[in-house]
Design a protein around this ligand. Sequence first.
Ligand code: FAD
Ligand code: SF4
Length: 498
Amino acid sequence: MARRQTVWVLGDQLNRRIASLADAVPGDTCVLLVESAAKLRSKRWHRQRLHLVLAAMRRFADELRAAGFTVDHRQARSFAAGLAAHRREYRPERVRVMEPMSWSMRQWLARQDVDLVRNNQFLCHWEDFAAWAADRPRLRLEDFYRWQRRRLGMLMEGDAPAGGRWNYDRENREPPPRGRVPWPAPRRSRLDALDRAVLAALPPTAFGAPPDGTWATSRAGALERLQHFIVHNLPRFGPHQDAMTTTSWHLAHALLSPYLNLGLLHPREVCEAAEAAYRAGAAPLASVEGFVRQIIGWREYVWGVYWLWMPAYRDENRLGARRGLPPAFASAARTRMRCVAETVRGIEAHGYAHHIQRLMILGNLGLLAGVAPRAMVEWMWASFVDGAEWVMLPNLLGMALHADGGRMTTKPYAAGGAYIRRMSDYCTDCPYDPQRRSGDEACPLTTLYWAFVDRHRGRFAQNPRMRVAIATASRLADLPAIRRRAAEVLARLDAGTL
Ligand code: FAD
Ligand code: SF4
């Protein structure tokens, strides 16, 4: 029977309240979901990521059927083939789609005779972000964040920030606590027949450990994970946000990004739950503010700049980085650097690394070694359960690799082994010495850090935040030895023997 309209729900819009579905009536609406074989084959995806997306789509289809909707959940060669087959079979008068998360998909949809509905999966639509950004010489995160807090009324007391301060970042930079801390274990669900069917049909190129139930694949599961975070981890979220430890792959991190990115959770409900915990005295303000800043600040900010700067942004490579992806990123067995091996092992096991591992281990090594931004983007996008172009490009090109020349940051996020030693326990059992710049035992990050400053001293000469590092580098007596060691480190990084 022909329905008046079809709502096509994309795989990262899995929520009954998305703008295209919110007011849809079951008797009038058919919901289309397409699993595209071309998309599944487009990268060497992590097994847990593919499982998460496909299982979540199938469970969402079941929820909609239970709510009375006709659902056409089809597997097709491509999105175009799926849409065409659906039109032939169901003959809808119109097809509605909520604006997608990726720039390329939006360009493609604009040519498909579909009605695009304004995206409501973020608290700041990109048009509102563009209006905020207009005429500003610099798009400072802190300015955007305060603007969001005010207009959304989050953690506010009248016109003032709750507790009298906007930002508790200074309290949130502690190294890992000494000894083994029992960070609350993540919730796990039991895999069922639907999970097994999804796993059996994954492409043979998928890599990584099979799912162990850590990542929820339904709205109900995502809500349960949110509740678990608010009760058990939010109170300790703040202080060790930047810490890394071999004793826990997650510390007090939220583990909520995949649900937010797939639509299973909405940023408003997540922030409201955190604020309610603060108001009830169940979580300290420094932790709650730190968490809310990640969501309505950083997350919405990178979403905004992605849309503002695309499509030119994806080709940014101002440092001219050309190196291929180090073999160590594909396999922990290809490096003795403990910080890198631990992080890569975490990705292999969970499809996840926390923020500081992404920024200061993987991103930092990519920056210092001059790995091509495109290679880093493709690898991380495919390897993380929460990967997506809109979040990957600003975080990698803007934050980690300085590939956009400093549009998001005032200086490169470059660091040697001393930083890793302060913020982690990785260096203890590493064969390299974080304090040494040259020689066979020198920490590769320390060597590459000084080689990076040396190599780019002309480029950053006018940057006040780089002046001390540049002056120090030019006084180093062992600079020739550092340069020699850097060449050797890079050769061994390429060979997968570092
Ligand atoms: P928490 O550390 O507990 O933070 C809470 C939430 O804040 C996250 O769930 C996330 O939604 C949001 N958030 C925090 N920082 C950022 C940020 N910089 N950008 C966007 N959202 C943020 N995030 C992704 O969702 N997908 C990615 O593919 C991704 N790739 C990244 C690559 C690099 C190089 C870097 C530096 C960061 C990347 N991030 C990405 C941002 C951030 O690292 C992850 O969102 C976070 O680690 C997810 O884990 P969590 O849910 O435990 O987060
Ligand atoms: Fe990483 Fe260097 Fe520390 Fe080894 S010594 S864990 S390579 S920072």
